[in-house]
Design a protein around this ligand. Structure first.
Ligand SMILES: Nc1nc2c(ncn2[C@@H]2O[C@H](COP(=O)(O)OP(=O)(O)OP(=O)(O)O)[C@@H](O)[C@H]2O)c(=O)[nH]1
Ligand SMILES: [Mg+2]
Length: 383
């Protein structure tokens, strides 16, 4: 009997539901404290050891969830410096505490002031300095270490960011072009956490693509976890807007937005969140061209999308942006049709190469300008 009960209890254990599983963590608050400085020894003029510091080091392949799992609790303290003694006039320094964090973490203090941007592997920053050891200047008393709370904000770093309303086919495209295996389904909000895939080319070059959860109107005001996702766009070099050629309707309570309205709506959301995002290079992919009637819609909307400013007066007021996006290219695609995928891959690469060249020339001009200024300051004046 007992055996049967045991069996029933075991078999009723179902796999965890998606919303009970740990979600993508992109924010972490830590209380950090530097070690106290050791006391000096007045009799011999001894100096106490400095307290250890708490520092962060960026490491590739880490997630904030792993960081949390690696910590005992969210308080990290370095050890105190040793007091000066007869045997050891200079007290030993306290041990440092190193916390490894994912690449892409920005560190903010309590007042939301940026302390450091750990955007490359092995980038380091001290978040809590140790107190100085006691010496004649401090009456031989060690000083307390820095004690504060820091906020770690993870922003993904990828070459390309996929932006669009739900169901546009972003994950389908990511799956088709890269090694990633995102979840795809015919309902909105299938993707609930950002995911990065890598596109590999035959010459071993690679591009990283971030598939972001679908935006909704009002994302700029943090509707539907808007900020949580929009912030990841900031670090991508190229924005790829993806729009369903047949438009999108969030629910029967919301109006149906056609393809052109979707473009304006995305434009407006980005503008309201951070207008500087509109300056980022962008490409527009119009998806689901394999469906019947899609080509007719495409030829109708193409002239308007090519010149978004001209159609502004017909755009519903709530979607009307002040500044319109300027796309590097507009590509009609079908994410489920593998024959079009190589074209999308090469398009993305070409655009990124062009951008890198532009950036290189701009940097070169800047360096030349700086050199000219230096020469005119140091050397003889050229008239
Ligand atoms: N006919 C057709 N269907 C597509 C195409 N691309 C995607 N779909 C379908 O559209 C639905 C949504 O695709 P997803 O890739 O999950 O869309 P998404 O943009 O990632 O959606 P969210 O994760 O909710 O933001 C799925 O049923 C796909 O099979 C396409 O090119 N043609
Ligand atoms: Mg998705």
């Amino acid at each position: 009997m007992v055996q049967i009960f045991k069996f029933l209890l075991k078999s009723s254990k179902s796999p965890g539901r998606a919303h009970f599983r740990p979600t993508f963590l992109d924010n972490l608050r830590l209380a950090v404290r530097g070690g106290h400085g050791g006391n000096g020894l007045p009799k011999y003029g001894g100096v106490g050891g400095q307290g250890g510091c708490v520092y962060l080091v960026a490491k590739e392949g880490l997630t904030l969830r792993k960081v949390v799992q690696g910590l005992k609790d969210k308080r990290v303290a370095a050890s105190s410096g040793e007091d000066s003694s007869k045997a050891s006039i200079f007290g030993r320094r306290g041990l440092d505490q190193k916390i490894e964090v994912p690449v892409g973490v920005q560190v903010y203090d309590d007042q939301q002031k940026l302390i450091a941007d750990l955007n490359e592997h092995a980038a380091t920053c001290i978040v809590a300095g140790g107190g100085t050891g006691g010496c004649t200047a401090t009456n031989f008393l060690g000083r307390p270490g820095e004690n504060r709370t820091v906020n770690l904000d993870l922003k993904l770093i990828a070459d390309v960011g996929l932006v669009g309303f739900p169901n546009a086919g972003k994950s389908t495209l990511l799956k088709a072009v890269s090694n990633a295996k995102p979840k795809i389904a015919a309902y909105p909000f299938t993707t609930i956490r950002p995911q990065i895939g890598t596109i590999e080319y035959s010459d071993l070059r690679s591009i990283t693509v971030a598939d972001l959860p679908g935006l909704i109107e009002g994302a700029h005001a943090n509707f539907g976890m808007g900020h949580k996702f929009l912030k990841h766009i900031e670090r991508t070099r190229l924005l790829v807007f993806m729009v369903d050629i047949f438009g999108f309707q969030l629910s029967p309570r919301h109006p149906h937005r056609d393809c052109l309205e979707n473009v304006y709506a995305l434009n407006k959301e980005l503008e309201l969140y951070d207008p500087s995002l509109l300056e980022k290079p962008s490409v527009l992919l119009l998806n689901k061209l394999d469906k019947e009637g899609a080509h007719e819609i495409f030829s109708k909307v193409k002239p308007f999308i090519n010149d978004l400013a001209s159609g502004l007066d017909q755009c519903p007021e709530e979607l009307r942006p002040k500044q319109v996006l300027k796309f590097e290219s507009i590509v009609p695609i079908s994410a489920i049709n593998s024959s079009k995928i190589p074209q999308v891959k090469s398009q993305l690469r070409r655009t990124l190469v062009r951008l890198a060249e532009k950036q290189f020339l701009a940097d070169e001009d800047q360096v030349r300008e700086k050199l000219k200024q230096r020469v005119s300051l140091v050397g003889p004046k050229i008239t």
